[in-house]
Design a protein around this ligand. Structure first.
Ligand code: FES
Ligand code: FE2
Length: 426
């Protein structure tokens, strides 16, 4: 349980709020590189700020205020030029630093106008990496954009999936350090959703949470595993401050505002050995629905099930009303560490997880029980026999609604057609 005041401190994300300032010390994935190739201008809302993301005609990215400085027209209806974005209303143009570089009529009637113009709109840094565009909204100089080792794994078919989640970021991130939910929400609930009325998944027997530089590792032993199992020897990573790394995919929970979160999933599927060498030319990104035609939350896929739990907790979970138990040790540890981050930022220090040394930001290692397989691969026959990896090869288990064009890309890369699933079987 938390006091109302602490709950507010941890959940508010706007400029100047304690947690908003912590989150502004980190880079966040906000869109797909291929998305901007399809449409170069995108309205985005991040941490309570309305912005527009664009790719200009020179290939440069910008993230600037949504409203034009002239008379406040919506720059997400603007169009891109060689250097920046131009407002559709009277043609004022802004570069990636937010400087107004052209005011066509004013420049026409006064040749000095351009030099004299000091107009500036809000602008933030954007960088492309691993198929995603990342934004940094904090004080400069910006820290390193984390270069995780899985971004360099060879022979993989990668895709990134976005979902718009109507709840606060913190309850989605608390899911990253909550091992017991796997047994109930994914394993047991899926069995019921598939129509089985009896039988339960193996129970959790032991949990451990260990802090390291990039977050926390959680470990678990259940009835069907022991201390030699990778879930105990390697575990899963609650990636700091708003990510989750599960060995074969990343999830990030990017705050849109206090009541909305952008869920971003980055999934790596190794192609069978027979398909090597495989080099992916473009990483597809797509947006997954979270409700079905009847307006109910979708429950068929892994992260859709997580989403049902997150939104079920309310727009901002009321932590004054909860009753934490032994399974919530990780939740308590996460909250405590975030409160320390708030103290650090308020004292002028970097919070946990900020890296400023470029030499220490190359192929940064994260614990993964999938590494051996993803580095060395399997023949198609062995792959199809493997209880875990065959599932990833034959289905897209994480999000509902994978578009046909992405399924085609998967089949082209792997040689295996995606089969639909009604409810996951873990
Ligand atoms: S409102 Fe943008 S140029 Fe006039
Ligand atoms: Fe989950």
């Amino acid at each position: 349980m938390l006091s109302a005041e602490k709950n507010q401190q941890l959940t508010q994300v706007g400029p100047g709020t304690p947690m908003g300032e912590v989150l502004r010390r980190h880079w966040h994935p906000i869109a797909g590189i291929d998305e901007l190739d399809r449409n170069p201008v995108k309205a985005v809302r991040l941490m309570g700020e309305d912005l527009v993301l664009y790719k200009d005609l020179s290939g440069g990215y910008g993230l600037v205020d949504r409203q034009c400085a002239h008379r406040r027209a919506d720059l997400s209806y603007g169009f891109v030029e060689a250097d920046g974005i131009r407002c559709h209303y009277h043609g004022w143009q802004y570069n990636a630093q937010g400087q107004c570089v052209a005011r066509p009529y004013e420049d026409q009637i006064d040749p000095q106008a351009r030099q004299k113009c000091k107009i500036q709109i809000k602008a933030y840094a954007v960088k492309p990496l691993a198929g995603l565009l990342w934004a940094y909204m904090g004080p400069l100089p910006a820290p390193e954009l984390p270069d995780w080792e899985p971004f360099h794994w060879p022979h993989g078919f990668v895709q990134a999936v976005f979902s718009d989640i109507p709840c606060n970021w913190l309850q989605t991130q608390e899911n990253s350090i909550d091992p017991v939910h796997f047994e109930w929400m994914h394993a047991n609930w899926s069995r019921r959703l598939r129509g089985h009325t009896g039988g339960y998944a193996p129970k959790h027997l032991q949990l451990a949470f260990e802090e390291f530089e990039h977050g926390f590792v959680y470990k678990r032993i259940s009835e069907d595993t022991n201390e030699q199992h990778p879930m105990w020897t390697i575990g899963r990573v609650c990636l700091w401050p708003n990510g989750f790394f599960l060995g074969d995919h990343f999830e990030w929970r990017v705050p849109v505002d206090d009541e909305n979160t952008l869920s971003v999933t980055w999934s790596f599927i190794r192609v069978p050995r027979e398909r090597e060498p495989y080099v992916q030319s473009s990483i597809p990104t797509w947006t997954s629905p979270i409700k079905d035609d009847t307006g109910r939350w979708i429950t068929s896929h892994v992260i859709n099930q997580d989403i049902v739990a997150w939104v079920g907790q309310g727009r901002i979970a009321d932590r004054t009303q909860e009753n934490l138990g032994a399974s919530d040790r990780g939740i308590a540890v996460l909250r405590r560490r975030l409160m320390e981050d708030i103290d650090d930022v308020q004292a002028g220090r970097d919070p946990k997880g900020v890296q400023r040394d470029p030499a220490r930001n190359q192929r940064v290692f994260l614990p993964s029980d999938s590494r051996d397989f993803f580095q060395h691969g399997l023949t198609l026959a062995d792959y199809q026999r493997h209880p875990k990896w065959a599932r990833l090869l034959n289905h897209f288990i994480f999000h509902a609604g994978q578009p046909e064009w992405v399924q085609h890309a998967h089949a082209e890369a792997t040689g295996v057609a995606i089969q639909p699933i009604s409810v996951i079987d873990l």
